[in-house]
Design a protein around this ligand. Structure first.
Ligand SMILES: *Cc1c(COP(=O)(O)O)cnc(C)c1O
Length: 479
């Protein structure tokens, strides 16, 4: 499609605004730019068509199935957008006094209480701007805990190889040394490897649970016990709480802090990097280290409070507030039973798809999965030459977004599928039929899949070039 500047024609522009009838203010010349801004000149109808065409180039949950594993691209009820657009929330100023922001503070306080209940934690900050930022914040709490006890030898964070990729990255950012441990044959943490890894230098363990293989670690209580006995703390990557919320709580499994991805489990669409929120919950004994300020209920109303040994601020103001409004709306509309049902359906949907597809695609684990599962296309590639990438690209021709590819790294030719709870049996069946059809195509016409997708505006961009040398600006000199 054409860029808006390519549609532009000099002088084609009509203002619908009446002529100004007040004396214009004259800015000092030093404040003004000498050159006119380079703006497209376009009629209203062409402008409208331009954006409608752009909109059609995007794949979102409202266009079709979006099984991007580990990302929870689920349908977000419109009512959540509605409450987040209330003027009384959108018109707030972050520097407003607590006395004039009681309603917004109540939102933060209520959301914190409910999320603490859901996770089994005692307090929570909403400052972190995303999941990985939450991990970093949680790790700073762990570091502070050891520092306050003068236990400065503890510099290691243990991360199983089935962890989300952000876990080792955050530990490293927070100044820790990352100790990797392998998974056992069932895809869980290898307990002997964990026992060998812990010592007086262990600051803590970061666990993604369910892990990136979609497995709930059945040794979870033993894992947290081993780490605690060695003097370390336990961090729970709860980005994918979609699988367990309402059924089990990280706090009851022995974890000391946890981050959530409100933008995955608790509404807020996040494709394309939209606003996120990675709140961090923690147990009573480390809550004095939380970023400042936290919202508390006092006898005269809600107020901002600075925890006594706060690690400081990790972001400006109070985090992405409107994402919290959506999460609270989501929790309140679902209610206690609805929360449970949402995660039960997420797990049911994933198992349904996995069982329909396992005849064709070998699965990374023979166990019941949680909210997502990982298929390995290693065999298919050996037999037909068709890779995970080819199948993923092929799925685009059938109007479904590709699953997550080549992740987790411990599975070769991986495709990771997360159907989410809001998909009906009919859409799951349709998606399964498409994956089965792609499997058959791999055997019958591999060349077709090597060149897929065939029906999209762009077929196969050079992904390395696009990531390393993105062209984000229009070059006016081309005109
Ligand atoms: C998505 C995800 C993250 C990172 O969250 P961001 O908001 O992208 O920073 C961390 N851990 C797990 C398990 C995730 O799925």
């Amino acid at each position: 499609m054409k860029l808006i500047f390519e549609r532009s024609r000099t002088g084609r522009y009509e203002s619908l605004i009446p002529e100004c009838d007040v004396t214009p203010y004259s800015f000092d010349a030093s404040c003004l730019s000498a050159a006119k801004p380079h703006l497209p000149e376009i009629s209203e109808v062409d402008l409208s068509r331009h954006y409608t065409e752009l909109m059609k180039q995007v794949h979102g949950v409202n266009d079709g199935f979006y099984p991007l594993g580990s990302c929870t691209m689920k349908y977000n009820p419109k009512i959540n957008e509605k409450t987040a657009s209330f003027l009384k929330f959108t018109q707030m100023h972050p520097l407003q006094s607590a006395a004039s922001s009681q309603g917004s503070l109540e939102v933060l306080y209520t959301a914190k209480k409910l999320l603490c209940e859901i996770t089994g934690m005692d307090d929570m900050t909403f400052q972190p701007a995303a999941g990985a930022h939450g991990e970093y914040t949680g790790l700073l709490l762990i570091r502070k805990y050891h520092q306050m006890r003068n236990d400065t030898k503890r510099v290691n964070i243990i991360v199983p190889d089935s962890a989300h990729g952000t876990n080792p990255a955050s530990a490293s950012m927070a100044g820790f040394k990352v100790i990797n441990i392998p998974s056992n044959a069932e895809g869980g943490v290898d307990l002997d490897a964990l026992r060998n890894a812990v010592n007086e230098e262990t600051a803590g363990l970061m666990l993604t649970n369910p892990n990136t293989l979609g497995i709930f670690d059945k040794n979870i209580l033993e894992i947290t016990k081993i780490v605690h006995e060695a003097g370390g703390l336990c961090y729970y990557d709860g980005a994918n709480l979609n699988a367990i919320m309402g059924h089990v709580r990280p706090g009851d499994m022995g974890f000391d802090c946890v981050h959530l991805n409100l933008h995955k489990t608790f509404s807020t669409p996040h494709g394309g990097g939209g606003p996120r929120s990675g709140p961090v919950g923690c147990k009573e004994f480390i809550k004095d280290y939380l970023p400042k300020p936290v919202v508390e209920k006092t006898p005269i109303g809600y107020d901002w409070v600075t925890p006594v040994h706060s690690i400081g601020q990790v972001r400006s103001f109070y985090g992405n507030f409107l994402v919290v409004v959506k999460a609270l709306t989501y929790i309140l509309t679902l209610g206690k039973e609805g929360i449970k049902e949402a995660s039960a359906n997420a797990v049911l949907n994933a198992n349904y798809m996995m069982n329909r597809l396992k005849e064709y695609y070998p699965m990374s684990s023979s166990k019941i999965c949680m909210h997502e599962f990982v298929m390995s296309l290693e065999e298919l590639k050996k037999e037909t030459g068709v890779s995970a990438m080819d199948v993923a690209k092929g799925s685009l021709d059938f109007g479904i977004h590709p699953p997550t590819m080549y992740f987790p790294l411990i599975v070769h030719e991986a495709l990771m599928i997360e159907p989410t709870e809001t998909e009906s049996k009919e859409s799951l069946d349709e998606a399964c039929d498409i994956f089965i059809r792609l499997y058959k195509m791999a055997h019958e016409d591999p060349e077709y899949l090597h060149n897929a997708p065939h029906n999209t505006p762009i077929s196969r961009p050079d992904e390395v070039q696009a990531a390393r040398n993105p062209v984000l600006k229009y070059d006016f000199n081309q005109e």
